[in-house]
Design a protein. Structure first.
Lengths: 314, 512
């Protein structure tokens, strides 16, 4: 276990390094450059000076080496747009994204598994049909569209919930936060929920056809116990994989949800940075999200051991 | 459990329905991005202009509802006979929002910052040629330019606010991290609080030199998505926003007033005047006849614009409609091209075996840009000019324009409300996207800039507009109006374009 973990850790670090290198090269080679320098009011002299000021006149490899050097010291640089250290920006925005992602995670996993179990147990009935349609809908409807439609219904027409933002200005309360959270959390949960539901349903159906389930039923155990104690646990492996791999997407995919709902998290920060070529912020967020993906993968792999004693790590 | 849920739902529902959207006399203005709060660099573009305008002030400012200047931090000014040396007398008794006195040292410090080559000052090109700023006394400064600059008072009203020397000295002039924690100015409102990605708030400055301020405060709310802006206007979460023509029907309602104002912006197709085929003035004129501007304007902005005759917009003092206009006439376009030595082979124009090819570059960052490009492509193809479209990111568009790489681009200029278009049209001008260069126009622009007498100056700019229209450096399409959606409870909102209007929010009030 220890050696396996160590090996996976080394792999992760290498992977992480490749991600930073590729991102670094891509964003700097992309046409356009930072928006702060695409200002038609600047003179040519100024642009040359300013490129030098933010270190863009050096060869690419030198820029990268310098960036890695700063990274080692925990310094992600300063945002071109806001003039604030990237670490501070992310630290300020991250809790907001965590709130949204956690709410979305809870909704996705509980609703997804409940619906999946329902679909498997009531297989080929109208309940199953309904559940499957909800799943397909969630997978195929674009997030921004769903967000706008929900805003129109619940915020503009019915006026039950706020249109966007995280809190009414200058007043903090849990209730206020919860009200602002409902719509974006549902929208952000959609994709993961649909995946969890589909995998739960299909995996559970497969397990329910296994001999040990039939044996358990033959022993006269109650159906509820057979389902939850015997079948579900064994059906969980692919579901856990889905959850594990899908969770980082809650952060990455939050970008669009956050933009539509004006939610001040790292997703909307990242979108704005990408739009305006704010290199230090793009790098900082990429770093963070890729670290998240890698850690989530690691945790997913390790959790197999806990769920299925047959899985042995070499 | 059920009872608890029902109770909880009831609480939520009653909270929701009883919610007051904005409290007291505070108004909410929507902005697309989080402002930096630093008015010299304006790294957040329009968002920074709108927000910082309320806390800082320039030496001059726009008169309410007009594009004429009036005194602000300067009470009067004089120029020498050729407008190269300007003396400004500063307002006495003005205090920075931290209580320190405002003096000529602050003016020198700020103007030096704007023209400093190592500073990303947004307005750097507006003060090009500023040689020195000399402090003559605590309330008097002298500006020396290397060339005559009769339009200086207009230029100073826009995007050149004076900032406090004591708060910025010793900081990085591009990213003054200490100052932006708590930006201060001399304006009618004081910065109170910023929440990253959400809002940037200001409150009334009780000690403002200009007297009583109507509002308790202003919330600049960050809403990046235009559809969300519409939704928030309808629910009353936002009081003031700029919208696009296609959103008008969605926004219209009992509580929201839609209005439009002229702004000094122009949309056009720029042509690179120093490259084949646009080095021939006949080709540029011919293509002007090939474009149905009235039809395009109706299709793209639904009439919220007026037809363009050149770079200077009608709302700017010194505009002249009395120039050559190119009324849609595709047959005339064809015959002009033939007269200029282009042959039609199989309906396509070519010269010496090489077909005429136009590549229209544009970006979704230009409002309506892609539609404009498509219509123009169709119209060019109709007369036999082979045309393709190149869609790029807006940053690539600006950089490409700047480098003189783009043969033809659908784009816009957002100009200072001054007829001094030296930057945009003079040979080698910093905003000259046409590579247009005409000695006569250059001479006239220089003369106008050296003429302090308004009537004589005006006459020279009229002549400039005439010459430029004849030369047709590009195809000028329309002057778009700014469309504002303003909640009916907000009264007295200035009729200036909003990027200037926010300097005048001190006399805005809210209906009780």
């Amino acid at each position: 276990m220890g050696r396996y973990f160590a090996r996976r850790l080394v792999q992760s670090v290498v992977l992480f390094w490749i991600v930073t290198l590729v991102t670094f090269v891509i964003i700097r080679q992309a046409p356009g450059g930072p928006a702060i320098l695409a200002n038609p009011n600047l003179t040519k002299d100024q642009i040359v000076n300013l490129r030098g000021g933010v270190g863009l006149n050096d060869p690419l490899y030198r820029q990268y080496v310098r960036w890695v050097g700063h990274l080692m010291a925990g310094d992600l640089g300063v945002s071109f747009n806001e003039g604030v250290p990237v670490v501070e920006l992310i630290a300020e925005r991250l809790p907001n994204t965590l709130v949204l992602a956690s709410a979305a995670f809870v909704i996705a996993v509980t609703a997804g598994m409940t619906l999946g179990i329902l679909g498997a147990v009531k297989r080929n009935t109208w309940v199953d049909g309904l559940v499957s349609s909800v799943g397909v809908l969630n997978l195929s409807v674009p997030v921004f569209w769903l967000g706008i439609v929900l805003i129109l219904i619940f915020a503009v027409e019915l006026r039950w919930l706020p249109v966007g933002g995280m809190l009414q200005a200058s007043q903090w309360s849990w209730l206020d936060l919860a009200r602002h959270l409902v719509l974006p959390a549902i929208v952000a949960a959609g994709f993961l929920m649909a995946n969890v539901m589909r995998f739960t349903r299909s995996s559970l159906l497969e397990t329910l056809g296994q001999l040990y389930v039939t044996a358990a039923r033959a022993m006269g155990l109650r159906e509820r116990r057979v389902l939850l104690k015997y079948a579900l646990r064994n059906a969980m492996l692919p579901v856990v994989t889905t959850i594990g791999l899908g969770t980082p997407q809650l952060f990455g995919g939050a970008a669009i949800t956050e933009t539509v709902f004006a939610w001040p998290g790292i997703g909307s920060l990242g979108i704005n940075a990408a739009r305006t070529g704010d290199f230090p912020v793009i790098m900082g967020i990429t770093l963070f999200v890729s670290a998240l993906v890698i850690v989530a993968n690691l945790i997913t792999d390790l959790s197999y051991v806990l769920l299925d004693p047959r899985v042995r790590l070499q | 459990m059920r009872k608890f849920l029902a109770a909880a739902l009831f609480v939520v529902a009653s909270q929701v329905t009883g919610q007051a959207h904005a409290q007291g006399s505070t108004i909410t203005i929507s902005i697309p991005a989080m402002p930096s709060g630093y008015a010299i660099v304006e790294s957040a573009g329009l968002s920074d202009i709108l927000a910082t305008n309320v806390i800082v002030e320039g030496l001059t400012r726009w008169k309410r509802d007009t594009l004429q200047v009036e005194p602000a931090l300067a009470t009067s000014w004089t120029a020498n006979s050729d407008a190269t040396v300007w003396t400004f007398h500063l307002r006495d008794g003005v205090k920075w929002q931290d209580g320190k006195p405002f003096t000529a040292d602050d003016v020198k410090f700020t103007l030096d910052l704007v023209v400093n080559k190592n500073v990303r000052a947004a307005a750097a090109s507006q003060l090009a040629g500023l040689q020195s700023v000399e402090v003559l006394g605590p309330h008097e400064v002298r500006l020396q330019f290397e060339h005559p600059f009769a339009g200086l008072p207009q230029m100073l009203a826009y995007r050149i606010p004076i900032l406090p020397k004591h708060a910025l000295e010793g900081e990085d002039p591009n990213q003054p991290s200490g100052y932006i924690q708590k930006p201060i100015g001399t304006g009618a409102f004081m910065f109170s609080q910023a929440t990253s990605g959400q809002s940037w708030n200001v409150v009334r400055n009780p000690n403002w030199w200009g007297g009583k301020v109507g509002l308790d405060g202003i919330v600049f709310r960050v809403v990046p998505d235009l559809n969300s802006v519409v939704a928030q206007l309808k629910t009353g979460d936002i009081d003031v926003a700029l919208i696009q023509p296609h959103q008008i029907d969605a926004v219209r309602g009992d509580t929201i007033n839609i209005s439009s104002v002229d702004q000094p912006n122009v949309y056009y197709l720029s042509l690179l005047n120093n490259k084949v085929p646009f080095d021939q003035v006949a080709v540029r004129r011919a293509l002007n006849y090939a474009v149905d501007k009235a039809d395009i304007m109706k299709a793209v902005v639904g009439g919220y614009a007026s037809l363009a005759t050149g770079i200077i917009a009608p709302s700017v003092e010194g505009y002249s409609p009395d120039v050559t206009t190119y009324k849609y006439d595709p047959e005339k376009a064809k015959s002009m091209l033939e007269a200029a030595g282009w042959q039609r082979v199989d309906g396509k124009f070519s010269k010496d075996g090489k077909p005429m090819h136009v590549e229209l570059t544009t970006s979704t960052g230009v409002i309506g840009g892609p539609q404009l490009a498509q219509i123009i492509q169709q119209e060019f193809n109709d007369i036999g000019v082979e045309t393709t479209i190149n869609m790029v990111d807006f940053r690539e568009l600006w950089v490409g324009l700047f480098a003189g790489r783009l043969q033809a681009s659908v784009e816009y200029l957002s100009l200072q409300p001054s007829p001094d278009v030296t930057n945009a049209l003079a040979c080698g001008g910093s905003q000259n996207r046409f590579a247009y260069c005409d000695k006569k126009v250059d001479a006239l622009l220089a003369e106008a800039s050296a003429t302090v007498d308004p009537a004589q100056r005006r006459a020279k700019y009229l002549e400039v507009q005439k010459l430029v229209a004849d030369d047709a450096p590009g195809i000028f399409l329309y002057y778009p109006k700014e469309i504002r959606a303003i909640n009916a409870r907000v009264t007295n909102f200035p009729k200036n374009p909003v990027r200037m209007a926010t300097t005048h929010l001190f006399d805005v009030t809210v209906k009780k």
